[in-house]
Design a protein around this ligand. Sequence first.
Ligand code: GDP
Length: 546
Amino acid sequence: MSTDSLALDQSVQDKSLQVELETEIERRRNFAIISHPDAGKTTLTEKLLLYGGAIHEAGAVKARRAQRKATSDWMEMEQQRGISITSTVLQFAYKDCHINLLDTPGHQDFSEDTYRTLAAADNAVMLVDAAKGLEPQTRKLFEVCKLRSLPIFTFINKLDRPGREPLELLDEIEQELGLQTYAVNWPIGMGDRFRGVFDRREQKIHLFERSAHGSREATVTTVDLGDPRIEDLLEQELYYQLKEDLEVIEGVGPELDLAQVHRGKMTPVFFGSAMTNFGVEPFLNAFLDYALKPGPHHSTVGEVEPTYPEFSGFVFKLQANMDPRHRDRIAFVRVCSGKFEKDMTVNHARSGKTVRLSRPQKLFAQERESIEAAYPGDVIGLNNPGAFAIGDTIYLGQKLEYEGIPCFSPELFAYLKNPNPSKFKQFHKGVSELREEGAVQIMFSADEAKRDPILAAVGQLQFEVVQFRLQNEYNVETQIELLPYSVARWVTGGWDALQKVGRLFNTVTVKDSWGRPVLLFRNEWNCQQVEGEHPELKLSTIAPVV
Ligand code: GDP
């Protein structure tokens, strides 16, 4: 605990609240899964819920989704495309723990929300397909985790299929991501011959039996490494292979260092097969032991400990029109300190006003349910009467503000055109409201003659959402003109720094919504070239927080 911590300053007024907070924080684990589409995130999520007893038969999440699709009253666009634009929060209990799984949207729906969700997570589970190794979307999401030094737990999936050598996969993670690896369990066989895992924590072999399509928990036989029964249970060749592998990893690999894991420098690695449930339970058990519990957050008054008795939290995501009949908006708040209670009246740091938080909701998949209380590490959905913006802090007690959520480097750019001059007002109102809500970033050409706003997004879907919502909510039809850039860099030091370097080639300069200079490049290569030619120019992939 740091010396400027509020928890130290604050005299503990309410002992029972303090005990309650400590107990609840102790049992909370919060994480997001980062992966490339098809690595098995939906499958793993289902299996985690299965072990958590939140669902009784795996398949329920998908089935529910399909059923909801038919009767859905969310955005028409979701129905048309059959996708889910929303990321959801799943809460479930396992053993004594209360787990919050922050779901990040998949690939077609990749957007800034995917990044922002990581701002509310305490841990990340990096899911990797054993046959494919690291893939582009995983790398991008890893970069965001790295910025926040999030602890990363790696689950290498699909061991029931032929895949790459386990050692080769570890090597790839070390080389490409610069993360030290520590294999917590080790696979025995692979593909058709995947028999189980060796758990290095317990020094035991877990041999699995397949259940019908993995819809129930896997049946496991556990034996010691030297147990004579092993001869009957496991092919000799696999047993020798395991002993050989263990010698290698124990000989060359580092010890597990939890402090390094918590700093995001070392990743515990697990092997398994989400589909057949193999390795899911040992993973969950170890994860709960090793994961970071909700910790302090940086604020304008120093670090705020989760045990600080006054409630505080920040908005990391806004979601509009889940139900167009009610035009409701939900602000998702990560609870950072104190206890949240229904109908609380809190302070809104940015506006200085007070807001009553009625109808708070907890979310299980897409189903919403009212809640009475929430604790640090939890996420609550608040009906947002337009008061909230991404990054806003709400608090009780001494005024404080959490660090905002940065703008992440967009990769898609397009002019947004309003062909109908009579709609000028609605167009600008809509664009500015959607920007405030964080649906998309807006930039402008540095050339004053070009007045059309530039939409800057990390996913194609954001363009579609903007156009759709302008049409539906502001009654403005728009046109999109794609721009040939894919890389954006903020200029550290602003316009002065930019002026000093003089003329730059193979790039255009635009302004972000705060008038700060951003350079756009066609590709990474052009960007590196400019950086190479002008070492004095400092460029950043992330905008400074406003
Ligand atoms: P997501 O796109 O990451 O959510 O991936 P899904 O969970 O939808 O899985 C993508 C495909 O991989 C589906 O066909 C799954 O059945 C399959 N899959 C997921 N996990 C495994 C696994 O452990 N083994 C095998 N063989 N297939 C898997």
